[in-house]
Design a protein around this ligand. Structure first.
Ligand SMILES: NC(=O)c1ccc[n+]([C@@H]2O[C@H](COP(=O)([O-])OP(=O)(O)OC[C@H]3O[C@@H](n4cnc5c(N)ncnc54)[C@H](OP(=O)(O)O)[C@@H]3O)[C@@H](O)[C@H]2O)c1
Length: 246
């Protein structure tokens, strides 16, 4: 995919999934700006870092107003700690929705004029948690479901100038995998539940993001692309006493 000269902003592009996305865009020839609250701990060659808290609407507007050009916005900053609904008050759950749903809206609105001028595109980083029960991260799952809905509406309101799509991401191996899945044995056990036999690498998500942002996806807007290695085998199949494999 050729993205020579295109300017790309990846929110939360300093580590994890976002860093994998940023790397793939630089490899495709794009000029990449990553933003987060803190600079990357591991250097990201050929990217520029801009400090930004995506929940701060004034700072977000100021950041995009100062950009000379923008072709692609990747709304990647997000995530949530494991926290059952009754383990926190509503305000703490609302912060999760703020980061995973309201911030991408704020950022997209701030980026819109640039993207309209360049006939650019937005890639939302969604999650499989938005399409199934998400116990322990309920507010996160609800926010990711909302993000996909937001992307579909944006795709209609902003057509034909700006394309908007969502990557619906499964489990990814990042620096923080141990927090989500445990030690190496935990990660390996989780990987065995994925039909393709492994967690995604951040570069897998980067490849899909570059595709959606490229001219090869010129007729794709309002779409959700599952990047989850085949999804989840229904648990009832292993519990049922009929129709067992083998
Ligand atoms: N990892 C997975 O298995 C997985 C699965 C499905 C979907 N996803 C999605 O992929 C995206 C990235 O996840 P990840 O696992 O790579 O997370 P991560 O390792 O925690 O990285 C999150 C990134 O976002 C930045 N960030 C967090 N809060 C921010 C804020 N308020 N303003 C600006 N930047 C902020 C972080 O930098 P600072 O902390 O310095 O700000 C960091 O760069 C998220 O949208 C997540 O929902 C991940």
């Amino acid at each position: 995919m050729e993205l020579n000269g295109r300017v790309v902003v990846v929110t939360g592009g300093t580590r994890g999934v976002g860093a994998g996305i940023a790397r793939r865009f630089t490899e495709a020839g794009a000029e990449v700006v990553v933003c987060a609250r803190r600079p990357p701990q591991v250097p990201l060659p050929k990217t520029e870092f801009a400090p930004l808290d995506v929940r701060d609407a004034d700072a977000v507007r100021h950041f995009f107003a100062g950009l000379p050009r923008l072709d692609v916005l990747v709304n990647n900053a997000g995530g949530a700690p494991y926290r059952r609904l009754t383990d926190a008050d509503a305000e703490r759950h609302a912060r999760v929705v703020e980061l995973n749903l309201l911030a991408p809206l704020t950022v997209s609105l701030a980026a819109y004029e640039h993207l309209r001028r360049t006939r650019g595109s937005i890639v939302m980083i969604g999650s499989v948690s938005g399409g199934r029960p998400s116990p322990g991260t309920a507010a996160y799952g609800a926010a990711k479901a909302g993000l996909e809905s937001l992307a579909r509406s944006m795709a209609v309101e902003w057509a034909p100038d700006v394309r908007v799509n969502t990557l619906v991401v499964g489990m990814v191996r990042t620096e923080l995998s141990a927090v989500h899945y445990g030690d190496d044995d935990g990660v390996a056990a989780v990987a065995r539940t994925v039909p393709l036999g492994r967690l995604a690498e951040p570069s897998d998500i980067g490849d899909a993001a570059v595709f959606l942002a490229s001219d090869a996806a010129a007729y794709i807007s309002g779409a959700s692309l599952l990047v989850h290695g085949g999804g989840e085998r229904p648990a009832f199949l292993d519990a049922a006493t009929t129709d067992r494999d083998g």
